[in-house]
Write a protein of this length. Sequence first.
Length: 418
Amino acid sequence: KSEHSFTMLLHTARKSLAGRGLARNVAVRTLAGGSFYKVGANSGASTTGEGVTGDVLDLAVNLKNTRPGDLIEVPYELTVGGSFREFWHSAFYCHDRISTSTPFARKLGLQDQVLPFSLMLFLTGSMSHADAAKVQVGFRNAVYHWPAFAGDTFTKKFEVKSVRNTSDGEHSVLTFNCSLINQRGRVCMSADKTMLFDFAHLSPSPVEASPPIDSDEDMFRSHLLGKAEVLGELGSHSLTPLRPQQLIVHTMNRALSLTQSQQLASLARLTHERHFNSHKFTPSSEMFVPGGLVLGLAMSASARDLHEILHESVLDVTYTNNVHPGDVVSAVTYVKSLDENISGDMESLVVTTVGVKGMDSEDLAKLSFPVELFEPGMTGRQMEAICEEKVPELKGKIVVSAERRIIRQASRSEAFLL
């Protein structure tokens, strides 16, 4: 059976794609190593007979004059060890066997349990070179292309996809196509990340770059669908059947402490001072939990009720209100569609998970949620307007909304409780 293992599949795919790698058929400007990474210093530094004043180095990429299609090659590498994976599991609930059980993963032809989707998206979107961001706006099109494991070493590339200024002319909104690449040169995950910066861009553009389509972008998903017979023999652990138009109020409510938030941000090599500087910012009101961790909290809250997820992608994510260390995040999930004709007893669902801070599941269960609140593509301002008009209890409480496509085994009556 080893010839059907994902290790063999990896070798075969890499051999057939030899020479292509990450080659691009479009012209891009590579920003790493050039003027975009030029280190700037405080021009006020000076030396006197009494002492010396220091330089403040600016190591961030100069994003003010980037253009759609520019490629940022980040000069850092990160090996994710088993301790990193377990620390993530300690903060974000997950009981999907593909991410928690090595024997189960190996029966599916994988070398080990895979790194959780939320962890991979957090790493994919973590940008050490973009310190000047005011806030993260959202994600789109986050796809887990290739399985990642503890022990893998990752590098990143970011392509500037679009650049525009806000209507007030004082801020800019940049969208990056982010790629997380393993030591074999495989793109494990990609996502479009949108960020708001506290400066007006010098060259806003109506052009939107279109990253080339990778012919094997669904390799991981296809591999799992091809294991329908094996999964049928292993049995389904999905706890409950799900149906379209069902709203699930999740009972898993939890927070990240300041220490947890800072440790996880450090592991992903984030550098924004709003995550770390408790001398300058008050933790409970001015420091922020990173956006990737906020999404992780919402997905974690839904994990037990959506169990057992085999694969997922994120279609659209919108961040609405900031989360501070210590804020308890709960969530609800609205089931939008169900496709049972996938493979074997597997089913594909499109759901929207909404994370809410400062409210328990008991409070959420009493509310009537407007269906339009679960539509994709809305801005945070639009979501707040809907709350103000139709469900004022949620105004200022929604922190993230994520439209997700998940693949899982259909529920069976003999599934045991977790």
